[in-house]
Every structure is written in C-alpha cells, then in structure tokens.
Design a protein around this ligand. Structure first.
Ligand SMILES: [Zn+2]
Length: 261
C-alpha cells in the first residue's frame, strides 16, 4: 500500500514538475520570464483554465489542442510532463541510495529542457547551463563538503576547456553551449566520468546521424557530413548514464580506457 501511495505521489509530483520544465523549454529560448505570466496558449495567448493546468490529463482530454483557438499545443509541454512523471516514478521505486536518486532528479531537471531546446533551436541557453553548473557544485558541496565541491569544480573545468577550445577554433558543428553543458555534466559526475560521457555522446551521435541519413529518401540525403545534428541530447544521455551507473563507468575506465580510479 505504501509503495502504491509513493508511486502515485511520484507520478503527480513528476507531472507537475514536468509541466514547469516544459515551460522552461518553451520560454527560455524566447527570452521570456519563466514565472510570469501564468500558463497560456502560445498561439492565442489566452490564459489556461484550471482544468487545462492538470498535467497529462488536460493534454489527453483536449486532444493536444487549445480549447479556444484549437491550435496544437507545443509538444514540449506534454513530452516534459510524461517524461518527468515516468522518470520520477522509476527513480522513486528503484532501490538506490537517496543521494543518487536526488542527483538523478536534479540532473534530469536540467537535461530535459536543454535537450528539448537543442532539438528545436540548435542551441543550449547559458541561463540553463550555468544554473546547472551551480546546481552540480552545490549538490556536491552538500553531499561531500569541500572535497566534493573541489572534485565537482575539477569536473566542470575539464569538461569545459577542451570543448570550448574546439568551439572557439572550429565553431561549425560544436558550440560554446555544448562546452558549458559538458562543464555542468562534469560538475555532477566528477572528472573521471567525462571520458565515458564523451564516448557515449559521440558514439550515439554518430549512430543517430547514420540512421537519419539512411532513413531519409535517397534524393534528399545530401552529404552525410553536411548534417547539423544537435549534440546536447547526446551529451545529456552520456551524463545520465555516467551518473546512473557509476559501476559501469568505473569498469569501462579500468578495463577499456585504462584510467586508474
Ligand atoms: Zn489558443
């Protein structure tokens, strides 16, 4: 009964938090306030009624459209609500330490809006990446004191510098937003996990580029190397895996990359 109650609470809280993350994904790239005005239709600008504010349920009952102008609701909102509710449920029921669950939920709260923004706008706003760096540093400090924050700062610097240099001298393909996002990931995972983050991000990125290239019609394919694929979602995936499965990254570091831990 207790597990059922906790799962229900995780779904509700996750849906509500996901609604806010969806607002971040929509408003931050437009330079709009994330607090005011209250939630509204992005097309006719009418404020949403209380029933339209219920996460997931309102999207299902309105069939994904505004009840006044019938314009489709931006997918970022329902995607965030669904994904966060599901993620919160999984994290809550898994038998992991509370510190890891908290780290995963905090990391997810930045990774999801950044991923959605990068997919639509091909950029990673500094407001979110710098906030994520601060959150990673603060989390390490509260968890492990000064040793934790030093390791976290080292992860942020080692994540930032090489990618920032690439972005400065070869801006095509990788941007400063990627450097700040990898710095934030380093602040959460520490420096030793960054090799795994980059390995996962680059291999899944290449795989996705190949799949997209060969799945598109032959006459519209163009050059494989001419495709601009956002890198942020793949960095998010790498960061998430490194954070969620420290044992796997440790084994990979030891046996494949031969980095002693
Ligand atoms: Zn509308």
């Amino acid at each position: 009964m207790t597990t059922l109650l906790i799962s229900g609470l995780a779904l509700v809280a996750g849906g509500l938090w996901g609604s806010f993350l969806g607002v971040l994904a929509v408003r931050v790239p437009q330079g709009l306030s994330i607090l005011t005005p209250n939630s509204r239709c992005d097309h006719c600008l009418a404020p949403l009624s209380p029933s339209e504010l219920v996460p997931i349920y309102s999207w299902l009952t309105s069939k994904g459209r505004c009840q006044r102008c019938h314009h489709p609701i931006l997918p970022e909102i329902p995607v965030s609500e669904f994904a966060t509710a599901l993620f919160a449920l999984i994290v809550v029921i898994l038998p992991e330490p509370l510190s890891l669950k908290s780290a995963l939920l905090l990391f997810f709260s930045f990774a999801l809006p950044l991923t959605l923004i990068d997919i639509r706008h091909h950029r990673l706003p500094h407001f979110l990446t710098l906030s994520a760096i601060l959150a990673g540093l603060a989390f390490s400090f509260f968890g492990r004191g000064y040793d934790g924050i030093l390791l976290s700062a080292e992860g942020a610097l080692i994540g930032f510098i090489p990618v920032a240099l690439v972005a400065l001298f070869y801006s095509r393909g990788i941007g400063m937003g990627d450097a700040f996002w990898l710095a934030a990931i380093g602040a959460f995972t520490g420096p030793l996990n960054l090799s795994i983050v980059l390995l996962v991000a680059s291999s899944t990125g290449i795989l996705a580029a190949l799949v997209l290239h060969y799945a598109s019609p032959r006459d519209k394919r163009g050059s494989l190397f001419g495709k601009a694929l956002p890198f942020g979602p793949f960095l998010s995936l790498g960061g998430f895996l490194a954070l969620a499965f420290p044992g796997i990254t440790q084994a990979l570091n030891n046996h494949i990359l031969e980095i002693p831990l």
